[in-house]
Design a protein around this ligand. Structure first.
Ligand code: FCB
Length: 308
């Protein structure tokens, strides 16, 4: 049985699975005339990204002029607005592919813009056997780590996925030039150091010696997202961590990540994570190993200091 008590599909390999998660990984072994031998057809795309790698046989992506074949060592990246239409290539007896579905961290933007695309789907071919094995291994580690049921399984799996994406970036020959602008890197660090403060665009611009409009433009160009949205994502990532690893009241967590108004924080949190901060805390696996409170700290930096 792959259905839960409410009739929801629990198996991501079968149609109907909701993908209402931050990360899920698997391997789809398609054999001619077997139960998985159908075309995945998601014509509106998905809410998250998918990266996949063919490990055996051949797959076919799209129909008509845009159709192409994927073989062992070929990677594909589907951004949220890309159409998914793929299955076993008719001439191949099977198609095995590993995949990870994920919602990216904001600072990953650079690694998610693949140079070669067909219909928005990024393509990368690995030809070196050792590199193919390394990638195959990484995919497996992501899946196993995520399924291990540890307290930080998801964070560890996301950490491995980040490595996979960075390796894809490195393996793309054209990416060997044009590193990220140092002023944008400094802007990210400045914002991260001051997540609890109400730093505005003018302050950041002054700090990195750019005009506010130039900073906004360059940030979006280089990071792929708006600067304030980037900071919001970082705040929510930190809030998730604090909710899981401390027993500080929610108002305190809100303050530590830059929201003086707890109601507003809860609204943003719910919009980004899908549940309220308190439900997120309750449903996070395990309870804090040691109940650490952040009371007394005025900033996240203070909080970290008070733990040493
Ligand atoms: C599975 C597919 C796989 C990927 C995941 C998200 O059902 O087999 O290719 O699309 O869903």
């Amino acid at each position: 049985m792959h259905l839960d008590d409410n009739g929801q599909q629990l198996d991501p390999l079968l149609p109907g699975y909701s993908f209402n998660v931050y990360l899920v990984a698997g391997m789809t072994p398609i054999i001619e005339n077997g139960p998985l031998d159908f075309f995945i057809d998601r014509n509106k795309g998905m809410s998250g990204f998918i990266i996949n790698m063919t490990v055996k046989g051949q797959g076919k992506v799209f129909d008509g002029e845009e159709a192409f074949i994927t073989e062992p060592g070929d990677l594909l990246l589907f951004p949220p607005d890309a159409v998914h239409y793929y299955g076993r290539a008719p001439q191949s007896a099977n198609w095995y592919h590993r995949w990870v579905y994920f919602r990216p961290r904001a600072y990953w933007a650079n690694w998610l813009k693949w140079r070669h695309q067909v219909n928005k789907v990024g393509r990368l071919t690995l030809s070196d056997k050792a590199v193919i094995n390394e990638f195959d291994d990484l995919f497996q580690q992501i899946e196993q780590t995520h399924k291990a049921g540890r307290r930080s399984s998801e964070d560890l799996a996301i950490n491995l996925l980040e490595r996979l994406l960075i390796r894809c970036f490195e393996e793309t020959p054209e990416n060997r030039s044009k590193p990220i602008d140092l002023r944008i890197e400094e802007a990210c660090q400045y914002l991260s150091r001051n997540l609890a403060e109400e730093v505005n665009l003018d302050d950041v611009a002054r700090h990195v010696c750019l005009s506010p409009s130039r900073l906004a433009h360059l940030f979006r160009e280089q990071m792929g997202v708006n600067i304030l949205r980037w900071r919001e994502d970082q705040r929510i990532i930190l809030a998730k961590h604090l909710l899981q690893s401390t027993c500080s009241p929610i108002a305190k967590v809100a303050g530590l990540v830059g929201y003086d108004d707890q109601m507003y924080f809860s609204r943003v949190f719910r919009k980004r994570v899908g549940t309220s901060p308190s439900i997120f805390r309750k449903t996070s696996e395990g309870s804090p190993v040691q109940c650490v409170d952040a009371v007394g700290a005025d900033s996240f930096a203070d909080f970290l200091g008070s733990q040493n």
